[in-house]
Ligand binder design. Sequence first.
Ligand SMILES: CC(C)(COP(=O)(O)OP(=O)(O)OC[C@H]1O[C@@H](n2cnc3c(N)ncnc32)[C@H](O)[C@@H]1OP(=O)(O)O)[C@@H](O)C(=O)NCCC(=O)NCCS
Length: 156
Amino acid sequence: MLTRPLLKQDYDHIVQVIDRWWGGPTSALAHPIFFYELGQLARVVEHENTLVGFLFGFVSHPTKVDPSSDEPRVGYVHLVGIHPDFRRRGVGKVLYHAFEEDCRTLGCASLKAITTPGNEASAAFHRAMGWNSTVIEDYAGPGRTRLVFERSLASR
Ligand SMILES: CC(C)(COP(=O)(O)OP(=O)(O)OC[C@H]1O[C@@H](n2cnc3c(N)ncnc32)[C@H](O)[C@@H]1OP(=O)(O)O)[C@@H](O)C(=O)NCCC(=O)NCCS
C-alpha cells in the first residue's frame, strides 16, 4: 500500500465516489476547501493504480486573537474514507500513521476527529488506533451529539 499527498485528480475522483463509499449522501463533507486551502496534509492510498482510500486533515493553529495564548496545535482529521472492497486491509491504518507522523513533525500535541454516535466502524477503528472517545451532547448544535476522538502525541 502506497500513501502519497492528495492531487487535484484524486480530489475529483473522491467527490464522484464518496457517496457510494459511505453508502449515502456525503459529498458536502468533501468541500473543496479541504483540497485548496487545507489540503497540504491530505493523503490518499493507491493499490495497483487504484485509489482505495483518502484522508482529509489539517493542523489547527493556536488562535492569534490572544497573542499570549500557548494553546497547542492539534492535528484534525476531517474525513477519512476507504473503498468498500478494501476495508479491513490496513488502508485506514496507513493513512492515520502517515498523518500522525506529519502532525508530530509540525509540533502537534494531539490529534482529534469526530463522528456521529451510530458509526460503529469508525468507533472501533479509532479505538484500535489507540484513540480515546467521548460522547458530547450538543457538540454540533442542539440535539446533535457527536463522538469526539482524541489521541495525545505527548511522550511517544
Ligand atoms: C472506518 C474506516 C475508515 C476504517 O478503515 P479500514 O481501512 O477498513 O481500517 P483498517 O483496515 O486500517 O483497520 C484497522 C483496525 O481497526 C479496527 N476496525 C476497522 N474497521 C472496523 C470495523 N468495521 N469493525 C470493527 N473493527 C474495525 C480493527 O481492529 C482493524 O484491525 P484488524 O482488521 O486487523 O482487526 C472505514 O471502514 C471507512 O471508510 N468507513 C466509512 C467511512 C467512515 O465511517 N469514516 C470515518 C468517519 S470519522
